[in-house]
Ligand binder design. Structure first.
Ligand code: SAM
Ligand code: SF4
Ligand code: F3S
Length: 457
């Protein structure tokens, strides 16, 4: 962990009482959002306040995602449009952080084609932000740090987005090298945080009133394997479950190849662990899974699902799916639709395959047209809609415990929240309930949410 105190103090001295507002926007997964919260924590130390309006910012940081080409295109579009901001306010500093910066061709493109960018900050170099910012404030045209230091987690203060839901990364990086995926290339190998650090962070959060703790890792099931004598993920769940307080524990993502019986036992035996499992399958075809390097086949996947349903037939499962992996045949795709119908997911996150340069799938032959991939995506969404419409009916007539999240965007005077099963629940209620657990009697269901009545008392 680098010592950035001198740079922080120099910035405080340099800016004095000058107003400094930062706009920090994170793209991509929750791990990246958590990094964004750490970036904000560092900026707060340097006296920055935050704005949601980029037009009034003195510093803009885009914390980027590289998982699909569309995500990168979006960021390039935004950076392009910020050229005029800089013309209007030459003192504005623009920084690019996150996963895009870890690809050398992207870092070069930013330097070559986007002179409005002052700072490039790599995914493992967040603690270098004060030094880079200091250089930019002193007039440097471009400064970058994409070297690897550490994950900075233990020392980092965070400016959290929510006062009742907190993300807690338990590990960084990924060892799995799925053939389509850029993440291991931009985030490096697995590094687990020490269990005592995680337990004390979660205890602190719970004691300060947080109601939902989301444990994060690209594959939480391999937690601790890189640390000698470390406890396993199911053991970590049990330790966290023992912390006193009224709160829920969620986690993402759980790779099916490592989803053990111990994990399922822990989910069912720990009262605070939510009754929902996000189990990304990616494809319903064992042949495609082999070419994706996923290390399980559909039989193994279904054996996990059957174990869960044998304990609770109403348990909630969600998944990630990729449509149009190179040379995915019509039969392969049909198997994905069959799987959706068999598992009855409550929700799916589906993506059209995006070619990522440097990954093995990028050089695989692909004879499927973009039109066909689009058609398959529409069909998949239609099947999922039918499945969830039917499956959500099981909640009608029940009382669900819900963490009230926000005001409903659909109906005035209503709130929206999530149940332990990760189902969206909409109900009439006062905004003072936001951030609290409430009981809701479910009276109706749709394909994306259930509706109900707040139970009094
Ligand atoms: N580590 C998690 C896992 O293995 O389930 C997933 C992390 S990834 C950030 C989230 C999802 O993005 C993946 O589950 C996959 O469905 C999707 N994804 C990753 N690479 C992709 C690509 N090249 N094209 C389309 N979708 C992709
Ligand atoms: Fe990507 Fe696979 Fe790692 Fe998930 S497990 S981050 S999909 S390489
Ligand atoms: Fe996450 Fe995107 Fe990076 S999904 S790890 S922000 S490539």
């Amino acid at each position: 962990m680098r010592d950035n105190t001198a740079a922080i103090n120099e910035i405080i001295g340099l800016l004095g009482d000058k107003q400094r507002k930062a706009y920090v926007r994170s793209f991509g997964c929750q791990l990246n959002v958590s990094d964004g919260e750490k970036i904000k924590g560092l900026l707060m130390k340097m006296g920055y306040s935050f704005t949601e309006d980029e037009h009034e910012a003195d510093l803009i940081i885009l914390n980027t995602c590289a998982v699909r080409e569309s995500a990168e295109d979006r960021v390039f579009g935004i950076v392009g449009s910020m050229k005029k901001f800089k013309e209007l306010k030459p003192s504005l500093i623009i920084g690019i952080a996150g996963c895009m910066t870890a690809q050398s061709h992207i870092a070069e493109k930013i330097k070559r084609s986007y002179p409005q960018v002052d700072i490039v900050l790599g995914t493992s170099a967040i603690s270098a932000l004060p030094e880079l910012l200091l250089k930019a404030l002193q007039g440097a045209k471009f400064s970058a740090d994409i070297s690897e230091y550490d994950d900075f987690s233990e020392a980092a203060e965070q400016v959290r987005e929510s006062s009742f839901k907190a993300s807690v990364p338990i590990m960084f990086g990924c060892n799995n090298f799925c053939t389509y995926c850029i993440v291991p290339h931009v985030r490096g190998r697995e590094r687990s945080r020490r269990p005592e650090d995680i337990i004390s962070e979660v205890s602190r959060l719970v004691h300060s009133g947080y109601k939902e703790i989301m444990l994060l890792g690209q594959n939480v099931n391999s937690y601790g394997r890189d640390l000698e004598g470390c406890i396993s993920f199911p053991q970590l769940l049990r330790e966290l479950d023992a912390i006193e307080g009224d709160f829920w524990i969620r986690f993402m993502s759980s790779h099916p190849k490592d989803a053990s019986k111990e994990l399922i036992d822990a989910i069912f035996e720990c009262g605070k662990v939510a009754k929902h499992l996000h189990l990304p399958v990616q494809s319903g075809s064992s042949d495609v899974l082999r070419r994706m390097n996923r290390h399980y086949d559909i039989e193994k996947y279904l054996s996990i699902v059957r174990d869960i349903y044998s304990r609770d037939p109403d348990f909630s499962l969600t998944t990630d799916l990729i449509v149009g992996f190179p040379d995915e045949s019509g039969e392969d795709f049909g198997r994905t639709l069959d799987l959706i119908r068999e598992v009855r997911y409550d929700n799916i996150y589906s993506f059209i395959y995006s070619k990522r340069s440097g990954t093995p799938a990028a050089v695989m032959a692909d004879s499927i047209s973009d039109e066909e991939k689009g058609r398959r995506m529409r069909e998949l969404l239609e099947v999922q809609r039918e499945v969830s419409t039917e499956h959500y009916k099981r909640f009608v007539g029940r009382t669900m415990r819900v963490l009230a999240d926000d005001v409903s965007k659909k109906r005035q005077g209503w709130l929206t929240g999530k149940s332990s099963e990760f189902i969206i629940v909409e109900f009439e209620g006062d905004s003072s309930l936001i951030g609290q657990f409430v009981d809701v009697e479910i009276t109706g269901s749709m394909n994306w949410a259930v509706t109900g009545k707040l139970k009094k008392g």
